[in-house]
Design a binder for this molecule. Structure first.
Ligand SMILES: [Zn+2]
Length: 423
């Protein structure tokens, strides 16, 4: 009876297990196409094993090359040429011989895992080079560009999961150019095998296939260097509300850019604001409520204190700028800052007069010589999601030897999310 009971239950369990698995683990793409180079007139290809170049559209073998042999690909008229020999192909694929261990294709003398595709860029006679490889191997070449491999292993693992999630979210971002992500800061910096480090490979392998999800969807896992003490709500940075991108307390006090300062003369500030198209004459006053304890709740600042709007009053007009506009104009590290005016008085340095009017702080600029406008800021980056310096501190201060602590770090910076293995 006992065995009969199990013999009925077991198939049911298997069937249920199957459904549970398919319902939970969404079949997500596990390879990625990385646009590693664009606008190239020609490109030099080689490999550390024998390799083949195929017509990327028909699959026809165009040339077979030995290990270390070189092929220069260029555009000739409307098709591609290989070592000066014209082909009928507009797209070619470079493949190493399979089932032969790990091998690498060289593109302009840099090594890459996976395959290389080269096509004529849409609408112009130049080349786009695309590296197609498993996302896991792509991450090997990404993480060390984002975080020091010498940092705490749980922080590296948190970064690996955030980078994997961000890559998956951005698949098809560059669909118009026939690849998923580019290899610059626009997506994530990727440098092929050159930037692979043992600790990074280990962090990627240890978190293999794990991504951050909310309501069953892969989230845009934004990350930044250091928030300056508090992260920000998404609507205050990108304008859209995301439940998982909420301002939380950060632990980034050891970041070298936790605190920074920029000093300008009235002339420099006036020139920068006017040059940016706000023709308001000589700056006479700056209106910005001061930073107070967080979370903040004012129309001018986000929860972290990041500046949403700041007012400049000039001799011929006034202008309201967003914190982001001012950050770009002055090249600031973040939009989290206070403003003060320093006036030298008889060799002593004194703070300028501050007037509280309508709950706003108005910094008057008198125009005296040597007057200095001081921007005292915190953090580096947009302040959304994971703070890398905060993750480092959490990992260092968390329970040592707990190999799941990276999840706690991620759940702190991405509120209400779950970490799931999707491939
Ligand atoms: Zn990009």
């Amino acid at each position: 009876m006992k065995y009969a009971f199990y013999s009925i239950l077991l198939p049911i369990a298997l069937v249920m297990g199957f459904f549970v698995q398919t319902a939970q683990a969404e079949p997500l793409q596990s390879t990625i196409r990385v646009g590693i180079l664009s606008n190239q007139e020609n490109v030099l290809i080689s490999a550390d094993t024998k390799f083949e170049i195929l017509n990327g559209e028909t699959g026809q073998l165009l040339v077979h090359l030995a290990a270390g042999e070189k092929a220069t690909i260029s555009v000739k008229g409307k098709t591609l040429s290989i070592n000066g020999k014209l082909t009928k192909a507009v797209k070619i694929s470079v493949l190493t011989s399979k089932n032969n261990g790990e091998h690498y294709i060289e593109v302009n003398k840099k090594q890459y895992r996976g395959n290389i595709d080269i096509h004529i860029t849409h609408g112009s006679a130049v080349l786009t080079i695309v590296n197609t490889l498993p996302i896991e191997q792509y991450l090997y070449g990404v993480i060390a560009k984002e975080m020091s491999p010498s940092w705490h292993f749980e922080a590296l693992k948190a970064q690996a999961v955030a980078a994997r999630t961000y890559a998956l979210y951005n698949l098809n971002k560059h669909q118009n150019d026939d690849y998923d992500v580019c290899a610059t800061t626009d997506c994530q910096i990727y440098d092929g095998r050159e930037s692979e480090v043992t600790q990074v490979i280990k962090a990627v392998d240890n978190t293999s296939g794990q991504v951050i999800m909310a309501q069953g969807k892969v989230i845009p896992a934004y990350f930044h260097s250091s928030s300056g003490g508090y992260t920000e709500n998404s609507e205050n940075v990108w304008g859209t509300y995301e439940s998982y991108l909420r301002g939380v307390v950060d632990y980034d006090q050891n970041s070298p850019l936790y605190k920074w300062e920029k000093k300008l003369t009235t002339n420099e500030l006036t020139a920068a604001i006017n040059k940016a198209g706000y023709t308001i004459g000589i700056i006479k006053a700056i209106e910005l409520p001061p930073l107070t304890s967080k979370p903040m709740n004012t129309p001018e600042r986000g929860v972290s204190g990041r500046v949403k709007v700041i007012q400049f009053i000039g001799s011929t007009g006034s202008a309201q700028l967003t914190g982001e506009q001012l950050r770009k104009i002055l090249g600031l590290k973040s939009t989290l800052f206070d403003v003060s005016v320093m006036v030298p008085v008889e060799q002593a340095v004194d703070f300028g007069q501050s007037f509280i009017t309508d709950k706003k702080e108005i910094h008057r600029i008198s125009g005296r010589p040597n007057e200095i406008i001081v921007i005292s800021g915190f953090g580096w980056g947009h302040g959304l999601g994971l703070s890398q310096w905060g993750a480092k501190a959490m990992a260092e201060q968390g329970p040592q030897g707990d190999s799941t602590y990276f999840k706690e770090i991620l759940k702190h910076y991405y509120q209400g999310t779950t970490i799931k293995k999707v491939f």
